[in-house]
Design a protein around this ligand. Structure first.
Ligand SMILES: O=C1C[C@@](O)(C(=O)O)C[C@@H](O)[C@@H]1O
Length: 210
């Protein structure tokens, strides 16, 4: 199965939504809504990018998992509940789902480890808990110590996305070929270390699969 390319786009202000229209060489576009101090409304997103809805991933990343601005938990939960009713795909942390009742069927459930590698058992627990209903489970870890052993071991799971951070971006391509379902890439500036430009990733993947 061809891994899909996700172009991760920081949204600082409403106008940044327009940039999504120019991104052709990506299968999906992640809108990083936590780059804006005040959340851009779902109404605005629908107005500007409504026709691209199926390609969009809405993300309000928690600050302790790599987010930029702190959005109040209750506001985030409400926003995601509404986004679900509107039929948007979003990305939500497994840790957030432990605390808030937010739908995750058909969504991306994620966990990010920026400082230390998690134990295999900890990640396996998350995957087993959410993988039946989630669209994908995404595990991003720092590229340190035995991260390759850990991430490749996770590839046996269906619907899995593994992303090493802070290492050669080609490693994400390699893991995509081995079964990681999405490859996260950048548009203008990286939203995490270890991303490649989306058009480069798209070209590499296209020459293997098309
Ligand atoms: O969770 C992820 C993955 C990511 O952290 C990465 O490693 O590319 C980038 C984030 O924008 C996204 O929400």
């Amino acid at each position: 199965m061809r891994p899909l390319i996700v172009a991760s786009l920081p949204i600082y202000k409403e106008d940044d939504l327009l940039k999504a229209r120019n991104i052709k060489e990506a299968d999906m576009i992640e809108l990083r809504l936590d780059y804006s101090q005040k959340l851009i409304s779902l109404e605005k997103i629908k107005e500007i990018l409504g026709d691209l809805k199926e390609k969009l991933i809405l993300t309000i990343r928690d600050v302790n998992e790599g987010g930029v601005y702190k959005i109040a938990d209750s506001e985030k939960a409400k926003y995601l509940q509404e986004a679900d009713l509107e039929g948007f795909i979003y990305d939500v942390e497994a840790s957030f789902l432990e605390r808030f009742d937010v739908p995750f069927k058909g969504k991306i459930v994620s966990a990010h480890y920026f400082n230390e590698l998690p134990k295999y058992e900890e990640v396996e627990k998350i995957i087993k808990k959410y993988s039946q209903d989630a669209l994908f489970i995404k595990i991003a870890t720092i590229g340190k110590g035995e991260y390759k052993e850990l991430l490749t071991k996770l590839l046996k799971f269906d619907k899995i996305i593994v992303l090493p951070m802070g290492v050669d971006p080609l490693e994400r391509i390699a893991l995509g070929i081995l079964g990681s379902r999405l490859i996260y890439t950048f548009v203008e500036t990286q939203t995490a270390p270890g991303q490649m430009h989306y058009s480069k990733a798209f070209k590499i993947i296209s020459c293997l699969y098309d």
